[in-house]
Design a binder for this molecule. Structure first.
Ligand SMILES: Cc1cc2nc3c(=O)[nH]c(=O)nc-3n(C[C@H](O)[C@H](O)[C@H](O)COP(=O)(O)OP(=O)(O)OC[C@H]3O[C@@H](n4cnc5c(N)ncnc54)[C@H](O)[C@@H]3O)c2cc1C
Length: 823
């Protein structure tokens, strides 16, 4: 505990023997900083019939352990919005609630020991600028002015963020609980949740050791215990505990409570003031996962005890940077569990499997930072029944269900802790728990030089190394080593033919008398199409925001194939299952049943004609139609569609025939310039063509018209979100997604860069890549519509501090009429 006043200040929410209400509109389980914040923000929104249950005492789980560092800027715009709000809330919480959260606006100093890190800090500074948050890059010689105890040896720069600070985390949780209580929330401590009551697929309350409570909505904010509790009702939550450590010293001369907190990211440590001395925390690269079963059920204000040996490398790096530590007396060693997730972002939102069951957990040692923003976001989500802010990267539904399996998480968590401080390179791949999920073509692709990247546990070929080149990433913030190879893959797709393995795409079959009815209900596009045709469609939430997209192919009058992105597999299936309740429909996830070989490029027809007797002419096989064909001896469902904007077919080949079809295609394409191509090429191809990636370019708060996808929304039929979509058409929102290209051919775009016009932020680059056909970096940007002056508008982009001239285009940058893919 940061200081011993936690228990002393503890407000008594209610008498220990106070009766447990038998119903509440919302039951929030878990009285840590997250649950307390959710209750607080529900009440803020006027939902006061809330019961907050805590099995021990408020803040007794992980929240009291925290070092209490709070920051305004995070790695993305949506996360920065959450964090920035948090600091503002903490600043006023003492006045509001009477509980002193010990907020100190110390500022923070993040150190860079190499050029890569300094570039990362430049990107951080650019995000700060975007949000009007102060962040100043310092030269090494300026560091001791801000932090006299620090050695500047080996530093190449630093970032000073004056708005950051520290809080007492236990008090922060208590203050939020008190704020909730003051607004009418009922709080019961000492109440153990034993199970979640459901009515089929909907949460209807909770069972506790003191009886049942009915509820319209149940929220699990049970920290590291959330995964096990959610699993009891079939909801996968991908989080797992790891030991987390900070140590404290006796008073050190020169340390006072407004000394900026320091992040020595390259040394995996942080330092902050604490009682006149320093607290040093570790984000070591060899983290120690901790099974939930090894933590007692009655855990309250618990600790595991010291382990100086494991801490030694981090201590050594902290001592190198802060020499005064060598003579300091370490008086306190705190080791306790915190939960981490496979991608280092937390889990928020309504479960895909059980309606009205919400989750807020897995905070990756940033729960104090995020709790206010997460609480506000979840409260809004509960009230509206759909997200009210961009939650794409924290949505609990983003993982494959298999990612919540215990052994997988145990292994991944070894690196999860250190990843928070490790270099955040573009395209950085995890090294643990890999090779879990492979396409049947994996071995063939490996022989062909594939460098694999991981998504939803799938190993997917991101790029192909030519003979003599090792298929290994060399990370940097510039053009990475794969740049020239992906360029060749890109060119092959534009000029000859390229083969992509898209087997990880989610494939869901919907059959039965009500199959059409269900799909008409969830799709924005009209899916009442002829057998053999397909449509591209969006799936909206009830606020009209874009949740998902994909194609729907009609295979028979009562049989459809829905294809959505890899990471959307689980949610697509559950979304259909949920809306299909009570309908005469069978929904089957057939993702594993077939491999997807995409043969794309102007010579794809010529290539495939060598392997199939089917008529592939434009008349015989028009764009956006499908047919069962043979690929040499393999049966395949061929779909004429293209995510790259060229003539091409996606071949859905039964898994056991996949290698045969692959071999046939590779052989037949040898003299046609066929190249293997990976996801980096796919990305650059789709971006210059202006094809949207849901989750990156648009999300659950964007309407289809903002996304430029109004043409796939049939407002004359009824579907989920139609009323909101009609309203969005009537009164267009202030933003529009457009194509963007840099005028200078040298710089690259990642994502998140600010679009600038008249010296003001006018938008954000949502995704970026190098557009090899165009010969410059290009992407999709969300910009204010008032900026757009016609088909093309001139603007600027802030590329981590370098301002580059750019053109915004409301039409695709490449082949605006789409004539090439219809050829
Ligand atoms: C050493 C250390 C340093 C950290 N430093 C920082 C930092 O500087 N900044 C930062 O932002 N974050 C930091 N963190 C992380 C932060 O503490 C957590 O992310 C945050 O406290 C998580 O809050 P929570 O509400 O999700 O979980 P918890 O605080 O664990 O709350 C969950 C609650 O649920 C209750 N519960 C569980 N099961 C049940 C049940 N069956 N019935 C009823 N109640 C139940 C538990 O008793 C517990 O109180 C640190 C963590 C550690 C361990």
């Amino acid at each position: 505990m940061l200081d011993d006043t936690l228990t002393a200040t503890s407000f008594a929410p209610d008498a220990a023997d106070a009766a447990l209400p038998d119903r509440a509109q919302v039951v929030v389980v878990g009285g840590g900083v997250a649950g307390s914040s959710i209750a607080y923000h529900l009440a803020e929104l006027g939902i006061t019939d809330v019961l907050l249950l805590e099995r021990q005492r408020i803040a007794s789980g992980t929240s009291w352990h925290a070092a209490g560092l709070v920051a305004r800027v995070r790695g993305s715009h949506p996360l920065t919005e959450l964090a920035n709000y948090g600091v503002d809330l903490y600043r006023g919480l003492a006045d509001e609630t009477g509980i002193d959260v010990h907020f100190r606006q110390t500022g923070s100093l993040t150190l860079a020991e190499n050029e890569g890190r300094l570039t990362e800090l430049r990107y951080t500074a650019a995000i700060a600028r975007h949000h009007g948050i102060e962040a100043n890059l310092l030269r090494p010689s300026e560091v001791p002015d801000v932090w006299p105890l620090a050695s500047a040896d080996g530093l190449v720069g630093a970032l000073l963020q004056p708005g950051d600070g520290t809080v007492n985390p236990g008090h922060a949780a208590l203050a939020l609980a008190k704020g909730a209580h003051d607004r009418g929330v009922t709080i019961r401590e000492g109440v153990f949740l034993t199970s979640i009551n459901t009515d089929g697929r909907t949460a209807v309350g909770v069972r506790t050791a003191r009886g049942d409570v009915e509820a319209e909505t149940v929220v699990l904010a049970c920290g590291l215990w959330t995964r096990d509790l959610a699993a009891t009702v079939g909801v996968p939550v991908a989080l797992y505990a790891a030991e987390h450590v900070h140590v404290s010293t006796d008073p050190i001369e020169g340390v006072q409570d407004l000394l900026p907190l320091v992040r020595g990211l390259d040394g995996y440590f942080y330092a902050r003031h604490h009682g006149g001395g320093l607290m040093i925390g570790a984000f070591e690269p060899d983290g120690r996962p901790r099974p939930t079963g090894s933590i007692p059920e009655d855990w309250a204000f618990g600790e595991f005890g010291p382990d100086w040996e494991h801490f030694a490398p981090v201590r050594a790096s902290a001592e190198r940077r802060i020499p005064a530590l060598k003579d300091a007396e370490f008086t306190r060693f705190l080791r306790a569990p915190e939960s981490f997730t496979p991608d280092s972002n937390f889990c928020l939102g309504e479960a895909a499997e059980v309606r009205n069951l919400y989750v807020a957990a897995g905070f990756n040692s940033q729960g104090i930072i995020y709790a206010p923003g997460a609480g506000r976001a979840l409260a809004g989500w509960i009230r509206e029944g759909a997200p009210t802010s961009d939650v794409s990267e924290i949505d609990v539904r983003r993982f494959a269900s298999s990612q919540s399996e215990e052994r997988y998480l145990h292994e991944r968590t070894k690196e999860a802790l250190g990843r928070l401080y490790a270099m955040h390179w573009p395209n950085l791949q995890a090294t643990t728990a890999r090779d879990v999920r492979r396409s049947p073509l994996y071995d063939r692709l490996q022989v062909a030089g594939a460098c694999f990247g991981e998504l939803a546990q799938w190993e997917r070929a991101n790029w192909f190394a030519p003979p003599g080149v090792e298929p290994v990433y060399e990370y940097s913030f510039g053009r990475q080593n794969w740049f020239p190879y992906a360029a060749e893959e890109h060119r092959a797709a534009r000029e000859a033919v390229a083969l992509f393995d898209l087997s990880s795409f989610a494939k869901i079959e919907v059959t039965g008398a009500d199959a059409l009815r269900l799909l008409q209900h969830v799709c924005t596009n009209d899916v009442d199409i002829e057998v053999g045709r397909l449509v591209y469609t969006l799936f909206l939430n009830r606020r009209g925001g874009i949740e998902n997209d994909g194609t729907v192919t009609r295979l028979a009058p009562d049989r459809f194939l829905v294809i959505t992105p890899t990471a959307a597999q689980h949610r697509t299936f559950e979304w259909l299952r949920s809306d299909g309740q009570g309908m005469a429909v069978t929904i089957t996830d057939v993702t594993s049943a077939s491999a997807t070989l995409a043969v794309m490029g102007p010579r794809s027809r010529e290539l495939l004609s060598r392997l199939t007797p089917a008529d592939l002419s434009n008349e015989g096989f028009p764009f956006f139609t499908s047919k069962e064909i043979q690929v040499r001896h393999a049966p395949a469902l061929a779909i004429r569609a293209s995510f790259v904007g060229e003539l091409g077919w996606e071949l859905y080949v039964p898994t056991e025939f996949a290698v045969h079809a692959y071999d046939a295609i590779v052989e037949a394409g040898a003299d046609l310039g066929l190249r293997h191509a990976g996801y980096h090429a796919l990305d650059s191809l789709r971006m210059e063509k202006g094809f949207v990636h849901v989750g990156h370019d648009v999300g659950p708060t964007d309407d289809p018209f903002t996304a430029g996808l109004g043409h796939v929304v049939k407002l004359d039929k009824e579907f989920v979100g139609v009323e909101a979509a009609r309203a969005a058409k009537e009164s267009p929102g202030p933003y529009r997604l457009v194509g963007l290209k840099l005028e200078d051919p040298e710089p690259i775009l990642l994502h998140g860069e600010s679009v600038i016009a008249d010296d003001r932020v006018a938008g954000t680059v949502m995704s970026g890549a190098y557009a090899h056909t165009i010969g410059a970096a290009a992407g999709l940007a969300m910009v204010v519509t008032t900026l757009l002056t016609g088909d093309e508008t001139t603007a600027q982009v802030d590329c981590a501090g370098t301002v580059v001239k750019a053109t915004l285009s409301t039409r695709p940058l490449y082949d605006p009429t789409g004539s090439r893919m219809r050829a």
